[in-house]
Design a protein around this ligand. Sequence first.
Ligand code: TXE
Length: 479
Amino acid sequence: MKIQNYINGKFHDPIDNNWLDNYNPSNGQVYGHIPNSSSVDVENAYIAAKSAFPSWSQTTLDERSRILIKISELLESNLQHFAETESKDNGKPISLAKSVDIPRAANNFRFFGNAITQFASESHESIGHDAINYTLRQPMGVVGCISPWNLPLYLFTWKIAPAIAAGNCVVAKPSEITPMTAFLLGNICNEAGLPKGVLNIVHGLGSTTGQAIVEHPNIKAISFTGGTKTGIHIAKIAAPLFKKLSLELGGKNPNIIFSDCDYDEMLKTTVLASFSNQGQICLCGSRIFVEASIYKKFKIDFIEKVKQLKVGHPSNETTDVGALVSKQHLEKVLSYIEIAKKENGIVLCGGNKIVIKDYENGYYLAPTVIEINTNDCKINQEEVFGPVVTMMPFNTETEVLQMANAVKYGLSATIWTTNLKRTMRLTNQLQAGIIWVNTWMLRDLRTPFGGMKASGVGREGGFEALRFFTEAKNICIKY
Ligand code: TXE
């Protein structure tokens, strides 16, 4: 199957007729071809977006909201098809695609369709000067959205929905590894009555298509989610062009467990925080720190639960852990397990590929738990982004806080405790953009989402996203 670019409401082959293979992670087979779009395709997408902007930016908020909510409804009514497509393209369990990825993609459109009707800007009365200042928040024009492969439609729409809600027109690129649901979204947008050119989707490699979007002199803002290395590269290109940038990058998140926590709840959630989506979520808690007094018990109980996880074909409803996204990524994750062993890490379970009958070439890896004795090692410092977690004991709050913060990343952290004072002390001092206490991945779309340090710059979510996709202009009137 060949997919096409979606430009100006229509589907097009890439101008250079240059195509990439698309692999099915569950069996390692090529099952489709996607455009490797050139800068000419990106330029065509830009021209379509630019032409659509004057009218879209003047479209009433009610009308924008109505169209976004219609897209959301159409995604919901096509949930099964979208979920099957996502699961096949990415390797994630169908149950996850049905319960998380596609519902959340639909919700992104509904949420920002509603949010835009509530978005307001400030005014400041300059008392004693007979003057008033007010802020206009105007759409920027044409903006670029570039998304990764781990939560394909979920993260693609997390950027697109606020961008178009705010009145911008978009040139968007999904990951070349998981382009399918983004391709399907084009038809849904047409059916919902989104005017042509408001959203344009170009497919291709980061180094060709993505690069052309970032380098485009008239694409005013880039919202990017992906690897930290890519983020650095994009920032270097965008800075001299004075583009607005939102970078959501990697994480190496601590999961800190105190002995006074609700143990059963912690255990159940820690399994999810470690291995959901094959551990390929930037928010996964990949470094587990356990208070020494319960370390032995936790070790036995956790390993027992992890061993019960069913690794299987993504389309099987009972699969807990599906296939990793690509052969290259599987090899990267395996290489980190070898590094950990060399660093004296003890593999408590997993560590090996899994062969599934009839799908022998699929990218399956057993959920892996590695016991370590220092935070100062590669396996605890670098993002693995797979079904691999480490665990080690700690004795004091001060010690665990120091280890939690001693990484270059600062995306999220989880704390398990019922002690309020400790919670307050730690949440104040942990270097992370998102901190969960006694839960994980509980999301409210109104909250600011993003990381500190090498996890990125800027915040998405709620009004933060609408502020990102608008230019603030202050007007001072003396009366
Ligand atoms: O991501 P890339 P990769 C981490 C994770 C993973 C590593 C590398 O550790 O192992 O990053 O993954 C586009 N100009 N995360 O290499 O390349 C690319 O086409 C413009 C964490 O797959 O960063 C894709 O659409 N765009 C992360 C997107 O960037 C470029 C999720 C992300 O791909 C580009 C994914 C360029 N020069 C990986 N080069 C998270 N934060 O959730 C690439 N792209």
